[in-house]
Design a protein. Sequence first.
Length: 115
Amino acid sequence: QVQLVESGGGLVQPGGSLRLSCAATGMISGISAMGWYRQAPGKARELVAIITNGGNTDYADSVKGRFTISGDNARGTVYLQMNSLKPEDTAVYYCDAVHWGMNYWGEGTLVTVSS
């Protein structure tokens, strides 16, 4: 079992930046990838960014060049640096960990981009 806790969400103006953090506890030795998803009101949850144990990363097209994922899966930590934020980035952001093929989720942190 893996437990995830996110932090760092909040209200930011368009063009601003935020950094999300996620810490995993429990049996973190089996984690093979960690990432961030988001869900906007009335929309399905979507992948934002993911990082594997080998350090490979992947991003949604909508955030490429603006968001950067980093972290240490062996320590169960993952971060999301979000720059040049847009109103359409407003969503609840969820941390995800893939542990022995199963996905574990945090409770989410709200990011609101508004003037």
